[in-house]
Write a protein that binds this ligand. Structure first.
Ligand SMILES: [Zn+2]
Length: 80
């Protein structure tokens, strides 16, 4: 096989792959869908009344409150 044949085979393979991908991809609408209006502001919850608004707020057995940030990634709560 000559170098040119190699190149052509590669190009054809790539072209076929691109065609396949284009066929598989869902057709995109020409016009962009209108952007949905922003969600209404979250209603004030009971949590807002607490001083621990931005904190996890988890209580341990002795009634102490977790001082880590809300939704913390750490598996354990911190009560200091
Ligand atoms: Zn916590």
């Amino acid at each position: 096989m000559s170098k040119m044949d190699n190149l052509r085979a590669m190009r054809e393979a790539r072209y076929a792959e691109a065609q396949k991908r284009a066929a598989a991809a869902p057709a995109r609408p020409a016009v962009k869908a209108p952007v949905a209006p922003p969600a209404p502001a979250r209603k004030a919850t009971v949590e807002a009344d607490l001083a621990t608004d931005d904190l996890c707020g988890h209580r341990n057995i002795s009634g102490r409150t977790c001082t880590r940030e809300k939704g913390h990634a750490a598996k354990t709560h911190r009560y200091s």
